[in-house]
Design a binder for this molecule. Structure first.
Ligand SMILES: NC(=O)c1ccc[n+]([C@@H]2O[C@H](COP(=O)([O-])OP(=O)(O)OC[C@H]3O[C@@H](n4cnc5c(N)ncnc54)[C@H](OP(=O)(O)O)[C@@H]3O)[C@@H](O)[C@H]2O)c1
Length: 358
């Protein structure tokens, strides 16, 4: 948690209710302090020893009229933060940060990790009308932007959503990145939603992780029959979250265990690797059944082969696999985390209605 005394949330909300914007933000006492903030940063890629705490990170500024500055009350870590610390995805992310290659190599440093934030809006760009200073919000910041292990972070207004009322900031910060990743895989790529999911047989591989626990609850809330694959020590949690069948992947041959069950309409793969070789055989044929994996070589290809060859390799790989499986009567898809305020609005509703917990 990173928080410190600035203009109080209550004062800001009061001013906002009265229809006036606070005249002075009063973030800090001295001009120097207003240009700097505490942050965890890295100055090069590597292991944990590259992490550095500084009180002098550049204060975020609003560059586009649709942006907001959020005071971070809580942030959380995901596996991607560890990967990014080691340089994973740097080629693609740097291309996104600087598409015209105007900056020199290493210009992404000092880099702040952390994708999740729960906090309070401090300042809004001129075209932001949906939020106002003092609003309690949550968001997952895309990995090409400065992260949330800081006192303040800037985000596009359409990446931000109102925090669920029933969660404290520390609880809320555990959800946006995994929730949006699961939402992208299940809903936007997989095509499942509240009106078509009822009774569908859904298999979730890697169900006990951040993405998996959210996905189990999401498809369960939409009425699916859920088979969760995890290690034995997570089976009680899986049952609590609503899984109908729980399979321990460490207790014998997983493929053989799953083959004894009826075929599935949808598979979410959070594990990757060898699972892809057999998991698609567990789908119903010629019925629109879909396999979605979150473990793809997209960023690694770019890191290894460069932008052009990496994209070409990625296109060939996903294209050939999609066509191969289409001929076998099933859909094969790759999914990615997608920042989205509107999707977070829907996730917040599920949380506030008690259908999903953190
Ligand atoms: N494409 C994207 O944009 C994107 C975004 C987010 C995440 N991801 C990927 O999605 C995956 C899941 O992310 P996460 O945040 O949920 O990771 P996580 O919290 O580390 O969870 C991974 C889970 O997989 C389980 N697991 C490991 N090997 C398994 C196996 N052979 N069979 C079944 N379960 C197994 C682990 O359970 P045990 O500890 O019990 O072994 C763990 O709970 C990661 O590979 C991540 O890189 C991709």
């Amino acid at each position: 948690m990173l928080s410190r005394g600035v203009a109080s949330g209550r004062a800001l909300r009061g001013a906002a209710r009265a229809g006036v914007r606070p005249p002075v933000r009063g973030l800090r006492g001295s001009p120097r302090a207003r240009s700097a903030m505490p942050s965890w940063v890295i100055d090069r890629y590597g292991r944990n020893d590259v992490l550095r705490f500084t009180r002098n990170m550049v204060f975020p500024t609003i560059h586009f009229p649709n942006e907001v500055i959020i005071k971070v009350h809580a942030a959380s870590l995901n596996p991607i933060d560890l990967s990014m610390r080691s340089g994973y995805g740097a080629t693609a992310l740097n291309m996104k940060r600087d598409p015209l290659k105007l900056k020199s190599a290493g210009d992404e440093f000092p880099l702040t990790l952390g994708r999740d934030v729960s906090g309070v809006v401090m300042e809004c760009g001129l075209s932001v009308s949906y939020f106002k200073p003092g609003d309690e919000v949550w968001a997952a910041i895309p990995p090409w932007k400065q992260g949330t292990l800081s006192e303040f972070v800037v985000a596009s207004g359409n990446e931000v959503s109102f925090k669920p009322k029933r969660l404290r900031h520390t609880e809320a910060a555990s959800l946006p990145y995994v929730g949006l990743t699961a939402w992208s895989a299940v809903n936007q790529v997989g095509g499942l939603n509240q009106s078509n999911c009822s009774g569908k047989r859904v298999l979730i591989l890697g169900a006990s992780g951040g993405v998996g626990t959210f996905a189990v609850q999401l498809v369960k809330a939409w009425g699916a029959h859920v088979t969760a694959v995890c290690s034995h020590d997570a089976s009680t949690l899986m049952k609590k979250l609503g899984a109908d069948d729980v399979i321990d992947y460490k207790s014998g041959n997983l493929e053989e265990q799953l083959k004894t069950l009826p075929l599935f309409d949808f598979i979410l793969d959070n594990v990757g690797g060898s699972t892809e070789k057999w998991a698609l055989d567990l789908l119903k044929k010629w019925s629109g059944a879909t396999y979605v994996t979150l473990v793809t070589p997209f960023l690694i290809n770019m890191d290894k082969l460069g932008v052009a060859d990496g994209m070409l390799q990625t296109g060939v790989t996903v294209g050939s696999k999609t066509v191969k499986h289409l001929f076998k009567g099933v859909h094969y898809r790759w999914a990615f985390f997608m920042p989205s305020g509107p999707s977070l609005d829907e996730i917040a509703e599920l949380v506030d209605s008690g259908k999903v917990c953190q």
